[in-house]
Design a binder for this molecule. Structure first.
Ligand code: EPU
Length: 353
């Protein structure tokens, strides 16, 4: 599959200078970008990238800003793709299972809006991922996941544009090398491509995934995808702060993966510790539980704090910057390491410098 960069839209490169990005990130960290552009078409995107390359500006990519730790000052160009189109294609090919549909979605579409639109159409596959903040283009980068489902489960392919050349190409799901909160976009392709479009494979055939927590208990035996999405929204609203009300970036740390041996040693000391054996032979632990056990839930340090209902979420009460947030994060990580011998890693992306 190729892509048409020359999409007939008049060339116009709108680039703002000295743009305030404090409301472009859900942690509301103060940040000023030297240049900022939100191209809405492939040709506009290719034009802004071309301009940045000619001027030798460093390029930073931003999605919904819900998983980034921004510095006070970002030199060069910050690009937030605003490609907003989406459409559903019903394939008429014998090799495609009956009931499967392909959803094409531009990188700039809001993820939660897409989830609710698909669930309302009776399409299964992403309903457990309701209310995750951010844009569709950012979703593959950390392979968003919640309530037993990951984006990788339904992702068919990803269209990207090379930053250096403006060339577009497609990656299939295998080529994205998805893992837990991980993908090729965090590894070999970091700072090399911008995601422009996704294709998801959804289904009209019921395939509810209700094994996580008390999701099943909240739903009838044969729910609709919309009912599942709404139940997920209810659970998230009970536990997680709304970034529009209290600034945050969701889980601040990844759930650590430890060897089965280390998990067994910890379980001998803490029999009630939540633990999730993985197919890889490792065991995933709950970072929120580890932080909670250190008595840090509800802790406040100046402008930042540990959320009172979910220790994995750090919140910004206002007036702080990345330095203050990292001070609290480092303190938490040191407490957990001291007590459990486990090193926590931040989940949001630290944007340099
Ligand atoms: N827990 C505590 N205290 C806390 C928080 C959690 O004891 O303060 C315990 C819970 O009782 C539970 C376990 O830790 O036994 C796991 O907690 P929960 O089910 O709330 O999930 P999580 O591991 O904290 C992960 C994802 C979330 C996702 C939920 C639901 C990561 C880093 N986080 O959180 O994703 O919504 O599962 O699937 O994987 C995000 O990535 O931003 C995010 C919110």
């Amino acid at each position: 599959m190729g892509c048409n960069v020359n999409d007939g839209v008049a060339k116009q490169v709108n680039i703002a200078s000295r743009a305030d990005l404090s409301s472009e990130n859900t942690l509301k960290l103060p940040c000023q970008a030297e240049y900022f552009a939100t191209p809405g078409t492939l040709s506009a995107l290719s034009d802004v990238l071309g301009k940045a390359n000619r001027e030798e500006w460093p390029i930073t990519l931003l999605g919904g800003g819900s998983n980034v730790l921004l510095p006070d000052w970002l030199p060069g160009l910050v690009v937030r793709p605003a490609l907003q189109q989406w459409w559903v294609a019903v394939p008429d090919r014998p090799e495609i299972a009956k009931g499967d549909v392909f959803v094409h979605v531009g990188a700039g579409v809001n993820w939660h809006t897409l989830v609710m639109a698909m669930a309302a159409r009776g399409l299964w596959g992403i309903e457990n991922l309701a209310l995750i903040p951010g844009s569709c283009g950012a979703a593959p980068v950390q392979n968003i996941g919640a309530y037993g489902v990951e984006l990788a489960d339904t992702l068919h392919s990803v269209q990207v544009m090379e930053l250096a050349t403006g060339r577009c190409y497609w990656l299939n799901a295998n080529e994205c090398v998805f893992g837990y909160r991980d993908s090729i976009f965090k590894r070999n392709l970091t700072d090399k491509v911008v995601i422009t479009q996704l294709i998801l494979r959804l289904s009209r055939k019921p395939m509810p995934q209700l094994n996580y927590g008390d999701l099943a208990a909240r739903l009838p035996r044969l729910p609709t995808p919309l009912a599942v999405a709404e139940a997920v929204c209810d659970i998230r609203r009970e536990k997680l702060p709304d970034p529009n009300v209290l600034a945050n970036a969701g889980s601040f740390f990844k759930n650590p993966l430890v060897s089965d041996h280390q998990a067994a040693q910890l379980l001998a000391r803490y029999p009630s510790m939540p633990h999730f054996p993985q197919a890889s032979g490792q065991t995933k632990l709950a970072a929120g539980w580890l932080i909670d056990q250190c008595g840090l839930k509800g802790l406040r340090d100046g402008a930042f704090g540990v959320h009172q209902h979910q220790a994995l979420v750090l919140v910004h009460f206002g007036g702080g910057d990345r330095h203050g947030l990292m001070k609290l994060a480092n303190y938490i990580a040191a407490q957990v390491e001291g007590r459990f011998g486990i090193l926590l890693e931040p989940e949001p992306r630290l944007i340099n410098p």
